[in-house]
Design a protein around this ligand. Structure first.
Ligand code: PLP
Length: 421
């Protein structure tokens, strides 16, 4: 580890959270160089919804490589791309009566958000974007501008961005609706787009109600602004349905997708665009790594295997409800834990503060479970792969009980880090 500590930039993060050298991975488990297995409920921040190295996807990738399949093609047409698009259309879009154009952008989620914001500003000729407090959309310039720390209770204005309070930040539920209305009516030169995560991932596993999503769509429609749903973390089945917004019935103008789109953890990002808004000129938004053929191959197999014939929604709903019950029992037996929350397999367990959540993370790691924190660092985020088994969920609950018992001991013995209550 020393050489890595010496050579890798100070910015390194996850390797500090989980100080192991991981060598292999399969299904719900990561394995370090010494053969220690870890149950992975971090899943690449939502990039591994079907677990690590799903055998079918790996076989398809190997076959493509053996067959001299094209690897780098910018946005030229390849067989791999065409097959992915056909599968996405027939398995995902058509059964949901959704009509979208697909734009393949640079490989990361933030590339998709950048392109979405740029397109919304071009289509409307306006600059202002409305975003929700606590949202996270990426680290490049436009994406960072529409990301905000959670907990902002009031309208904030930042250059061309207006932040409205998330329903969980508004002192009364109605105030979030009022603030959204105000943001649109006060916008002067008008609003280009509203960008929203239906379940905030990094922001603390905070769910927007279906009613709020429908109101957001109504505001956008009545002000000729675009509704952009950032489904980068909550999409691809994470909340149960393929798209996280399905229960609300909304039809966003643009959907940003990435993370689990390839099914194998390979980089692939895409915008789904309402055809009327697809007003790009040819080559107007480019980049070298748009579309990733290996990811197209794996992504197509993932769609065919998991999503044709209805998909794993019912299984996710059943297993996640049972897991949430288990978490609730744990929370009820520990007076400093809040009520667990979330949707599908995107779940959060509120601790009183970030230092306590960090202790839970470290204790869980020591017992063989990877979980991350989010929000202001006080929420333990649990995102098992959708392919997780009942036995693995039970194992995770056992580990959490052990970890929390240890942290309880530390809290009562006053060994908690400073600034805890
Ligand atoms: N949008 C959401 C909702 C995310 O959760 C993330 C990353 O966690 C991003 C955008 C940025 O994606 P990337 O890290 O691939 O740039």
């Amino acid at each position: 580890m020393d050489i890595l500590d010496d050579l890798e930039s100070e910015v390194r993060y996850y390797c500090r959270r989980w100080p192991a050298v991981f060598a292999q991975a399969q299904g719900s488990y990561l394995c370090d160089e010494h053969g220690t297995r870890y149950l992975d409920f971090f899943t690449g921040a939502g990039s591994l919804n079907y677990g690590h190295n799903p055998p079918l996807l790996i076989e398809a990738i190997i076959a493509y490589l053996r067959d001299n399949g094209v690897l780098n093609s910018l946005d030229m047409t390849t067989t791999a791309k065409r097959q992915f698009m056909l599968a996405f259309k027939s398995i995902i879009l058509e059964p949901r009566t959704l009509n979208y154009r697909m734009q393949f952008v640079g490989p990361t989620g933030t590339d998709a958000v950048e392109a979405a914001l740029r397109l919304a500003r071009k289509v409307t000729g306006r600059a202002r974007v409305v975003s929700v407090s606590g949202g996270y959309h990426g680290m490049t310039l436009r994406s960072e501008q529409v990301s905000s720390p959670s907990g902002s209770r009031h309208l904030q204005r930042r250059s061309d961005v207006t932040f409205v309070p998330h329903e969980m930040d508004a002192s009364l539920p109605d105030l979030a609706f009022d603030a959204l209305q105000e943001a649109f009516s006060d916008a002067g030169t008008g609003v280009a787009a509203l960008i929203i995560e239906t379940v905030q991932g990094e922001g603390g596993v905070r769910v927007s109600s279906d009613q709020y999503l429908r109101f957001a769509q109504k505001m956008c429609r009545s002000h000729n602004a675009l509704l952009i749903v950032d489904d980068i973390q909550a999409g691809c089945g994470r909340t149960g349905t393929f798209f996280s917004f399905e229960s609300s019935g909304i039809k966003p103008d643009i959907v940003c997708m990435s993370k689990s789109l390839s099914g194998a953890g390979l980089p692939l990002s895409m915008l789904l665009i309402n055809p009327a808004m697809d007003q790009w000129e040819p080559g107007e938004h480019t980049g070298t790594f748009r579309g990733n053929n290996l990811a197209f191959v794996a992504g197509r197999v993932a769609l065919e295997h998991w999503w044709s014939g209805g998909g794993p929604t019912g299984r996710t709903d059943t297993l996640s409800a049972a897991f949430l019950n288990g978490l609730t029992e744990i929370a009820e037996s520990c007076d400093w834990l809040g009520s667990p929350r979330g949707k599908g397999f995107m779940l959060g367990l509120p601790c009183p503060d970030a230092p306590t959540a960090d202790l839970v993370l470290a204790a869980a790691f020591n017992h063989g479970l990877l979980v991350e924190t989010c929000g202001r660092g006080e929420i333990v985020k649990l995102m098992p792969p959708l392919t997780v088994t009942e036995a693995e969920l039970a194992q995770a609950l056992d580990i959490l009980r052990l970890a929390l018992a240890e942290v309880c001991g530390k809290r009562t013995s006053g060994r908690l880090m400073p600034n805890s209550p």
